[in-house]
Write a protein that binds this ligand. Sequence first.
Ligand SMILES: Cc1ncc(COP(=O)(O)O)c(C=O)c1O
Length: 337
Amino acid sequence: MRYKYDLDKLNFSYSPVDYTVRCYFSNGQWGEIEISESDMISVPLTATGMQYGQTAFEGLKAYKHEDGRVRVFRVNDSAKRMARACWGIGMIEVPENLFCEMVRMLVSKNIDYVPGWGSGCSLYIRPVLFGLTPRVEVEPASEFVLTMCCSPVGDYFKGGFKAYPYMLVRDYDRAAPLGTGKYKVGGNYAASFRASLISHEMGCVSEIFLDAKEKKYIDECSSANIFAIRGNSFITPNSSTILPSITNDSLKQIAKDMGMSVECRRIAVDELNDMDEVATCGTAAVVAPISKIVDPTMKKTYCYGDEPGRVCRALYEALIAIQFGNAKDVHGWLSEV
Ligand SMILES: Cc1ncc(COP(=O)(O)O)c(C=O)c1O
């Protein structure tokens, strides 16, 4: 191991490891998977990934279990989502088996960096594909590179599983109705940064975007989906402009397994008044309960309590129990490396 970390005491920031992997696509075909000791890459200044944001990424985690083995969560679903994003912005679609093999190689080469079972930490994997062809004309690339790096990580938010304040955004949109919101592409994140800076200035951890067309319905955060609990229902937005979160999909399944009803529908902003619990979800934080949602434009605050709600906690604990191998993987979500 070239780097020394206290693997059981991490936050969610990038810590380099020994190896990265990459694979180039040129002349209509994928090359061999390359293993590198560097996390740098040489890119033309005029590459479409640099100039036009022709880039898609993924985020998934590997977990060490009590038996010492390392397993990756829903890697095939991540691969499928990346292929859809590639299609969405005119890039070559990464084959699922190439994606999964690269993840396997990356994790096994860096296996010593996977935090120990019981630490609550994991290995975060970040695949990125981008256009390499130098172009000053606005055209998609014909050459691409898929790179993958990883980093041992702990809690996304400093305080761990706690309730956090969020801000409702009315002055900026993250994604247009027929735009790229449903893909995990670089431009969506750049589009959210201005609102994100404002939400931090207001003392919130993140921001919640509304549907761009009517500004009536809850969409999602810049890096997480949102869900609400009302009675025995798990309610989450159905919108063409949000990323289909793998965590949210898993929580919906767990909610059903717990006997809850799952409603996937539009959620009007006004309904925030009626919800018992509201939380965000994604690979990084898994579930982040919301203490309050501040709507500065309307001068209104929706409060859900300073402690995580009972149902959010139950869902979170059920999901991490599967991820860390403390509960049976009944849905076949884990792949051994
Ligand atoms: C915009 C956005 N929505 C939702 C999510 C959650 O998706 P997942 O659960 O697959 O990580 C992410 C990524 O973490 C995201 O960037």
